[in-house]
Design a protein around this ligand. Structure first.
Ligand SMILES: *[C@@H]1O[C@H](CO)[C@@H](O)[C@H](O)[C@H]1NC(C)=O
Ligand SMILES: *[C@@H]1O[C@H](CO)[C@@H](O)[C@H](O)[C@H]1NC(C)=O
Length: 814
C-alpha cells in the first residue's frame, strides 16, 4: 500500500492519540510511537527531544544517534529538531507477516551522557492488500449425471492484511445451478465450496462460467476474483434424431445407377463417441432390399438396381441411426418413382383377317386390335394412324381398341395385297412409336372376262396343208386370278359348205392353238370366218369372243388343163383346117387351157414345142392362138403337125402339151383326099376309112358347135352389158380388185370366141365385164390383173386396217 503523503482529518486524530500515548510511555522509560505502514519517506513519527525534555538545539552538540544492530534503519533522527522520521517506505506485511501486532524497537544513544533510550514504534496495518486466489481461473469438470447436492471444494483466497483488512467473505455470482457454501476450518479460515443445486445438462449448457469474489473488511473494501469454468461432461443421454420424421423423394425411373438420391441425417445432441451416428437399413425382405444402398457413415442413399416405374411406383426404406454406445432412432424414406416415357406402345391383335374379297362393301372390318403403353399419364396417351391414300380407316373404340375398316371398293386387279402399316405413337416427350404390319390379301372374284389383245385376227394358210397342222393361235388374258383367270377356248358353231366348221378346224381349249383338221384346198374355198370364244372358269364364268379371218393362199398344185383341142379318147386327133389361100397371120385355131390355180399359178403361156414344118405356124405366147407365119405354098405338106406346150408361172411351173394336126387344104373333100397322105402309111385300109368318117363328123360338129357358141356369146354379152351398167350405178368404184381372184372356166372358154373377158367377184354377187378390143388377150389381161391384185391385196388390206403382218403358217415345219 502506497504511503499517504497527507493525512486526512481522521488520520491526524489518530496521530494525536499516538503521540499522546508516546508521551505517556516516556515516563516509564520507553518511548513509544505508532506509525501506519506505507507512509511516505521522511514522514514525521515523533519528536524525541520534546518527549525527552531536551533542548532541541543542543541535541547536535550532545551527539544523539540511533543505534542499530546492523539492521536497515527504518527511521532517521533529525538532530537539530529532534524529530524522528521514516527513512523509507515501511511494509507491515513484510516486517511482521500475519502477526496481529507489529512493533519495531531501536535505541537512541545520547553520547554526552552515554545514555541509551529505547524507542518502540508500532507499525499499524492499513488495508493495502486484496484477498488473492492462488489461480485466476479454475476449471472444473462435472458430469451431467451428477446429482444435486454434490459439493465441490474450491480454492480459497488469502489476504495478507490483518484484522478487519483481511479476508472477510466469499460471494458467487448468481446462477441457476450452483450455490456457494463457506465452511470455517479448525484454524478459523474460511473454505468456500460449490454446491450443485440443479441437475446439469450438457446439451443445454456445456460450460458454466462462475465468478467467485473474495472481499476483505477494509475501508474501502478490497476484493479478489476467481473465474470458475464448470465444464459439463457428456453422458449418452440423447439418441440420434433425424432431421425429418419421414423423408420423401421423387426419382425419375431412368436415373442412372450409382446416383445419390437422398442423404438422411441424424444428429445426436451428445458429443464425441456418444454423438457418432451410423446408419443402417432395417432389412425388410423384398424387391426394395437390393435396389438402394445406404452408406452407413454418410447416410447417402444411392440406386443400385435400375428403377422401373412399371414394376414398383413406391419404395419404402426403413433406416436406423445409431450412436456410438448404441442408442437408435428410426425413420422411413419413401421413394416415389416418376414415370419416364421408356415404353413404346404395344399392339395386341385381337382378331384380324388375312384376306378380304375385292367386292367387300365399304365399312368391312379387317381387324380389331388394342394398343397399350405400359407408361402412365401423358406417356401412355396413344394416337394411332394409318398411311394416307389407303382405302382403310381406323375407328376408335373404347379402351384403346381400334377397328380397321375399308373405306372404299377394293380391286384385286389393281392391288392384290396391302401391307398396312399401323403406327401407334404415345404422348411422351420425346414420344415413342411402334409400327405394326398387317398383311391383307385381296381375294379375287370373277369380275373380269378374258380379253383378247386385238379386236380381230387374220391368218394366212397355204393350201394343201397337212392334216393336224396348227395354223394359228390366239391368247386371251384374264386379269383375275386362279380359276377366275383360267381361260378355255372354243370355236363358235358354224358351217362351211354344208359341213360343220368343227370338221375343218379345231382349237386346243387350253392353249388356244388352232389346228386344221383337213388339208385345205384353195380351189374349194379361199377364206374362212370363225369366232373364237374364250371363257374363264369362274362362277359364273365370263366370256368374250374374237373374230378370226383365215385366208388360204394358193399353191401351184394344178397342171394347166387343155380344153381345146380336146385330147382324143379313141387315139384319133382332131384336124384343123388352114386354107392354102390364107394370108400370113391367119388364125388357124386357138389352144384353150385353164389352170385351176389362181394368180401366177394360173397365168398360162403357150409355146410351140415342135412343128413338122418349122416356121410355118406361130403360137401366141399368151393367147395360145395358132396362126400362119407366112403364106402357104403349094409345096407345103397337106398335113402339118404341131406340139404346143402350155405352162403356168408357178414355182415350179407345171405344163401340159397338146398335139395339133392341121390340114392345109381349101375344102373338106380335098382334106379327105389328102388324108391318105396325112395318115401314116403304116396304117391299114380300115383305119383310113374310119378316119374319113371321123373327120366328116368332126367337121359337121364343129360347124354346129360354132353356131351354138356364137348364139350363146351374143346372149351373154347383152346380159353382161345390162349388169355392167347397173354395177357402175351401184358404185363400182367400191369394189376392190382383189375380189376378182378366180376365173370362171366356162367363161374363159366362151371368151375365146366372144372376145370378151369376164372377171367375176368371188362372192358371185356382182360381175363386171371388160369389153376387149383385142379379143385375143382375154386370159392374159385377166390373169395379169389377178396376179397384180393378189400380190398387193394383203398389204393394202393391212394398210387400211392397220394390222400386223398376217400370219402365214409355214408348212415345212410340220
Ligand atoms: C410389310 O412392310 C414392312 C416394311 O415396309 C416389311 O418389313 C414387312 O416385311 C412387310 N410385310 C410383308 C408380309 O411383306
Ligand atoms: C360375240 O360377242 C358379242 C358381244 O359380246 C355377242 O353379241 C356375239 O353374239 C358373240 N358372238 C359369238 C359368235 O358368240
Amino acid at each position: 500500500m502506497a504511503a499517504l503523503p497527507k493525512f486526512s482529518p481522521g488520520r491526524r486524530l489518530v496521530l494525536r492519540c499516538v503521540l499522546w500515548a508516546a508521551l505517556w510511555e516516556a515516563g516509564a522509560g520507553q518511548i513509544r510511537y505508532s506509525v501506519p505502514e506505507e507512509i511516505d519517506k521522511g514522514a514525521f513519527v515523533g519528536n524525541i527531544a520534546k518527549d525527552l525534555g531536551w533542548e532541541p538545539l543542543a541535541l547536535a552538540e550532545r551527539g544523539v544517534r540511533i543505534v542499530s544492530r546492523g539492521r536497515t534503519q527504518l527511521f532517521a533522527l533529525n538532530p537539530r529538531s529532534g524529530a524522528l522520521v521514516t527513512a523509507g517506505r515501511i511494509d507491515r506485511e513484510e516486517l511482521c507477516a500475519q502477526s496481529a501486532r507489529c512493533a519495531v524497537t531501536f535505541n537512541i544513544l545520547l553520547e554526552d551522557k552515554m545514555t541509551i533510550y529505547s524507542v518502540e514504534v508500532e507499525i499499524t496495518d492499513i488495508n493495502d492488500n486484496s484477498p488473492r486466489f492462488g489461480v485466476e481461473e479454475l476449471e472444473l469438470k462435472v458430469s451431467e449425471t451428477t446429482t444435486p447436492g454434490f459439493r465441490i471444494p474450491l480454492k480459497s483466497a488469502h489476504d495478507v492484511d490483518v484484522g478487519e483488512n483481511t479476508l472477510q467473505k466469499y460471494e458467487l455470482n448468481s446462477n441457476d445451478h450452483f450455490s456457494l457454501d463457506v465452511r470455517r476450518g479448525a484454524d478459523g479460515n474460511r473454505y468456500p465450496e460449490l454446491v450443485l443445486e440443479r441437475a446439469l445438462d450438457r446439451e443445454e449448457e456445456a460450460v458454466h462460467h462462475l465468478v467467485l469474489v473474495a472481499s476483505d473488511g477494509g475501508n474501502p473494501v478490497r476484493s479478489g476474483t476467481c473465474r470458475i469454468r464448470v465444464k459439463v461432461l457428456d453422458a449418452n443421454d440423447n439418441a440420434p434424431v433425424f432431421t425429418q420424421p419421414e423423408y420423401r423423394v421423387s426419382v425419375p425411373e431412368n436415373m442412372p445407377l450409382g446416383t445419390r438420391i437422398l442423404t438422411v441425417t441424424a444428429t445426436d445432441a451428445d458429443e464425441g463417441y456418444n454423438a457418432q451416428v451410423s446408419y443402417f437399413r432395417e432389412q425388410a425382405p423384398g424387391e426394395t432390399a437390393d435396389v438402394f444402398e445406404l452408406k452407413s457413415t454418410s447416410g447417402d442413399i444411392t440406386i443400385m438396381k435400375s428403377l422401373d416405374y412399371e414394376k414398383a411406383k413406391y419404395h419404402e426404406i426403413d433406416i436406423e441411426a445409431q450412436d456410438g454406445p448404441g442408442l437408435l432412432t428410426r425413420t422411413k424414406v419413401i421413394v416415389t418413382v416418376l414415370d419416364v416415357n421408356d415404353n413404346a406402345p404395344e399392339f395386341y391383335m385381337t382378331s384380324a383377317t388375312s384376306s378380304v374379297l375385292e367386292d367387300s362393301p365399304p365399312g368391312t372390318i379387317i381387324a380389331l386390335f388394342n394398343v397399350h403403353d405400359r407408361d402412365s399419364g401423358q406417356n401412355a396417351f396413344i394416337t394411332c394412324s394409318l398411311p394416307e391414300k389407303l382405302p382403310f380407316k381406323l375407328e376408335r373404340s373404347v379402351d384403346n381398341y381400334y377397328r380397321l375398316v375399308t373405306t372404299g371398293a377394293l380391286d384385286r386387279e389393281e392391288f392384290s395385297f396391302y401391307n398396312i402399316t399401323l403406327s401407334a405413337k404415345d404422348g411422351g416427350n420425346p414420344s415413342l412409336s411402334t409400327d405394326a404390319h398387317l398383311f391383307l390379301q385381296v381375294a379375287d372374284i370373277n369380275d373380269n372376262p378374258p380379253i383378247f389383245p386385238r379386236a380381230s385376227y387374220s391368218a394366212y394358210v397355204l393350201e394343201n396343208n397337212p392334216r393336224g397342222t396348227s395354223i394359228f393361235s390366239v391368247l386371251a388374258h384374264d386379269p383375275d386370278s386362279d380359276d377366275n383367270a383360267r381361260v378355255t377356248y372354243s370355236l363358235a358353231e358354224d358351217t362351211l359348205q354344208g359341213a360343220p366348221l368343227s370338221s375343218y378346224i379345231s382349237i386346243n381349249s387350253d392353249t388356244g392353238v388352232l389346228y386344221a383338221l383337213r388339208s385345205f384346198d384353195y380351189e374349194q374355198f379361199q377364206d374362212l370366218q370363225l369366232w373364237v370364244i374364250a371363257v374363264d372358269s369362274g362362277h359364273p364364268p365370263l366370256h368374250s369372243n374374237v373374230s378370226l379371218s383365215l385366208f388360204l393362199m394358193d399353191q401351184n398344185d394344178n397342171i394347166p388343163e387343155i380344153l381345146y383341142p380336146a385330147v382324143p379318147t379313141d387315139g384319133s386327133t382332131g384336124v384343123e383346117l388352114a386354107p392354102r389361100s390364107a394370108e400370113p397371120g391367119f388364125l388357124v385355131t386357138k389352144v384353150v387351157a385353164v389352170d385351176k390355180d389362181s394368180g401366177q399359178n394360173a397365168w398360162l403361156s403357150y409355146r410351140l414345142l415342135k412343128a413338122s414344118e418349122p416356121g410355118l405356124f406361130s403360137v401366141g405366147l399368151h393367147t395360145g392362138e395358132v396362126r400362119t407365119a407366112r403364106a402357104l405354098l403349094d409345096r407345103d405338106a397337106l398335113k402339118q403337125s404341131l406340139v404346143v406346150a402350155v405352162q403356168d408361172h408357178g414355182q415350179p411351173p407345171l405344163s401340159a402339151t397338146v398335139t395339133i394336126t392341121i390340114a392345109v387344104a381349101d375344102s373338106i373333100p380335098e382334106v379327105l383326099a389328102d388324108l391318105g397322105s396325112i395318115r401314116n402309111p403304116t396304117n391299114s385300109e380300115d383305119s383310113d376309112l374310119t378316119l374319113y368318117l371321123v373327120v366328116a363328123v368332126a367337121v359337121v360338129s364343129c360347124v354346129f358347135l360354132a353356131f351354138v357358141i356364137v348364139l350363146l356369146a351374143l346372149r351373154l354379152r347383152r346380159w353382161h352389158m345390162s349388169h355392167l351398167l347397173q354395177a357402175s350405178r351401184d358404185g363400182s368404184r367400191g369394189i376392190h380388185a382383189s375380189n376378182f381372184v378366180g376365173v370362171d372356166r366356162m367363161h374363159a372358154f366362151l371368151q375365146t370366141y366372144s372376145h370378151e373377158a369376164s372377171l367375176t367377184a368371188d362372192s358371185g354377187k356382182s360381175h363386171i365385164i371388160f369389153p376387149q378390143p383385142n379379143y385375143a388377150d382375154t386370159l392374159i389381161s385377166q390373169e395379169s390383173c389377178v396376179k397384180k391384185d393378189y400380190l398387193s391385196a394383203p398389204q393394202s388390206l393391212l394398210d387400211a386396217k392397220g394390222e400386223e403382218t398376217p400370219q402365214v403358217m409355214d408348212f415345212s415345219q410340220y
